[in-house]
Ligand binder design. Structure first.
Ligand code: ADP
Ligand code: XUL
Length: 559
């Protein structure tokens, strides 16, 4: 059995997270302890792009949300510059990264030649600015491809068929529908595209100086990959756009080596020429790795720009709800996930409207309002929501008859507004009730043995307390809320070890029996609440919420 000592003394492992609002980096040493971290926030540190929350919203195309591809390049350069005084790049033996899932980049014909001959005396920005057939990268927040989703589903025999084939029914943000929209609306862009990368493989391509493969885990977020065989599905490709396979290149497992770091980084930043670049993956899959999620009863809740709920499973049983991806650190396993678009940015919106733009005031309201919010139940969609597929809009109800025993006797009436403290509890409690309802419906552990919380908002203890109450289980957190870049650094080490051992080795052998001493250890943040009566009431409220939600979807949901 391979032991932890297999990671060489003095070696560093660098993990990035190219996410919606920022690029982050985390550096682990051979003891798997964090030795450095850095962030570049797009809005504040690259203000010339004029993004809001890292994105642009197209006023002429409802639901179209995209980011400037070149901003991610500039952010990568800047985060490396910021890391330079903190670590010795020549000690980095492997690099990997996370990308926001589903987002895509369109390299124009001839760009691989540019990538492979970058001049180290010049910036990446100046050399790559003309390498794309479109400057706009559709991202995961986009919801403008409903038409393409239905076309693709119909072409493969329906939504359930597509889900069985690729792990998910068609979703607007998935890369296949996005590619189809580009093919249909701007055929010249499609035609002049030599390679389509995901955000993850895009960043890896820059580091290796040629087109990196799409990793199988992130590839499952495209509606294009056969989830059981982990190859491109001919049926799905044909339903999406012509001649697509050659534009996608090969798939590779997450633990594979994408290549050695390109001479550009060796000369410019003094990386070692043997430094390996391990396949980048999606941010949620890498979070799963960073949270060392390996027990089927555990659930992770990520509260970042998006909110996600995920766990692991041995078999792929995709249905109409949720997503199935390959497990990035377990070649035969899968991860299951739910995704909400109205996460942190919508919580911020309520904070700004009702809580004096302060998390302290927000938390004070959470603490002073009672669990169940006096029956006030809110649905807050600042942007078109993914789960459920509802348009932007706020819906508020007051649920009555809580003193009756049967949850079926609960009645509700719609109201126009809540007082500010109830609005604050309404959004957070509503989000958690929805997560619990959908997680149970999707077959995730109920109740979970424990929840591990991550993402920006997981630093908020009042929110963690509410999670524990609604789910009725203890909540753990890890040392830093950015498990996606931590997971990427860990996967860099794992990929390095797999290469060293000449094949896949379980990731746990890097921290076996020593997890508590590493930066990966999860710590109890909120113990399981002992109040069984409250949990029962939440169970009734979940049922009521799911019923109201179903009616909203029937009335105004996206078809
Ligand atoms: P990304 O998905 O871009 O990686 P992060 O995980 O970095 O996002 O989360 C960023 C978000 O974290 C911010 O938009 C902010 O709303 C949220 N956040 C940061 N601190 C707190 C806090 N104390 N309470 C609630 N939310 C917070
Ligand atoms: C997952 C999803 C989001 C992005 C956020 O399906 O769309 O969580 O990965 O970066």
């Amino acid at each position: 059995m391979v032991g932890r000592s297999s990671l060489p003394e003095g070696a560093l492992f660098l993990g990035f997270d190219s996410s919606t609002q920022s690029v982050k980096a985390t550096v682990l040493n051979n003891e798997l302890t964090i030795v450095a971290s850095e962030t570049v926030n797009f809005d504040s540190e690259l203000p010339h792009y004029k993004t809001e929350g890292g994105v642009y919203r197209d006023p002429t195309d409802d639901g179209r949300i995209f980011s400037p591809t070149i901003m991610w390049v500039e952010a990568l350069e800047l985060v490396l510059e910021k890391l330079k005084p903190k670590i010795d790049f020549s000690k980095v033996v492997a690099v990997s990264g996370s990308g926001q899932q589903h987002g895509s980049v369109y390299w124009k014909k001839g760009s691989e030649a540019v990538l492979s001959s970058l001049d180290p005396s010049k910036s990446l920005l100046s050399q790559l600015k003309d390498a794309f057939s479109t400057m706009d990268s559709p991202i995961w927040m986009d919801s403008s491809t409903t038409k393409q989703c239905r076309e693709i589903e119909n072409a493969v025999g329906g939504a359930l068929e597509l889900s069985k084939l690729t792990g998910s029914r068609a979703h607007e943000r998935y890369t296949g529908p996005q590619i189809r929209k580009i093919y249909q609306t701007t055929p010249d862009v499609y035609e002049s595209t030599e390679r389509i990368s995901l955000v993850s493989s895009f960043m890896a391509s820059i580091l290796v100086g040629c087109y990196a493969s799409i990793d199988e885990t992130d590839g499952a977020g495209m509606n294009l990959m056969d989830i059981n065989h982990r190859i491109w599905s001919k049926t799905a490709l044909e339903a999406t756009a012509p001649d697509l396979e050659q534009k996608l290149g090969n798939l590779a497992p997450a633990y594979a080596v994408a290549g050695r770091i390109s001479p550009y980084f060796v000369e410019r930043l003094q990386f070692d020429k043997n430094c390996l670049v391990i396949q980048w993956s999606g941010d949620n899959p890498n979070s799963l790795a960073g949270l060392t999620l390996n027990t089927p009863g555990d659930l992770a809740i990520s509260l970042g720009t998006s909110d996600t709920v995920f766990g692991i499973t041995a078999e792929a049983k995709p249905g109409l709800e949720g997503h199935v991806f390959p497990n990035p650190v377990e070649p035969d396993g899968y991860m299951v996930m739910l995704c909400y678009k109205n996460g942190s940015l919508t919580r911020e919106d309520v904070r700004n409207r009702c809580a004096e733009k302060s998390w302290d005031v927000f938390n004070n309201y959470l603490e002073k309002t009672a669990p169940m919010n006096g029956g006030k139940l809110g649905f807050y969609y600042k942007d078109h929501e993914i789960l459920p597929p509802l348009p932007a809009g706020f819906h508020r109800y007051v649920v009555e008859n809580f003193n009756e025993n049967s949850p079926d006797n609960l009645t509700e009436r719609e109201v126009q507004e809540f007082d500010p403290p109830s609005e604050v509890r309404g959004i957070v409690e509503g989000q958690m009730l929805s997560m619990r309802g959908h997680a149970e419906r999707f077959g995730m552990p109920n109740p979970p043995k424990r929840i591990i919380a991550t993402g920006g908002a997981s630093s908020n203890e009042s929110i963690l307390k509410l999670i524990a109450q609604v789910f009725g289980c203890p909540v753990f957190t890890v040392q830093r809320p950015d498990s996606a870049s931590l997971g990427a650094a860990l996967r860099a080490a794992h990929g390095w070890l797999c290469k060293e051992e000449g094949g896949f080795v379980p990731i746990s052998c890097m921290y076996m029996s020593n997890l508590e001493k590493t930066s990966l250890a999860a710590k109890l943040a909120v113990p399981a609440p002992g109040d069984g009566e409250l949990l029962k009431k939440y169970t009734s409220l979940v049922k009521k919420r799911m019923e109201i939600e179903r009616r909203l979807v029937e009335k105004i949901g996206r078809a």
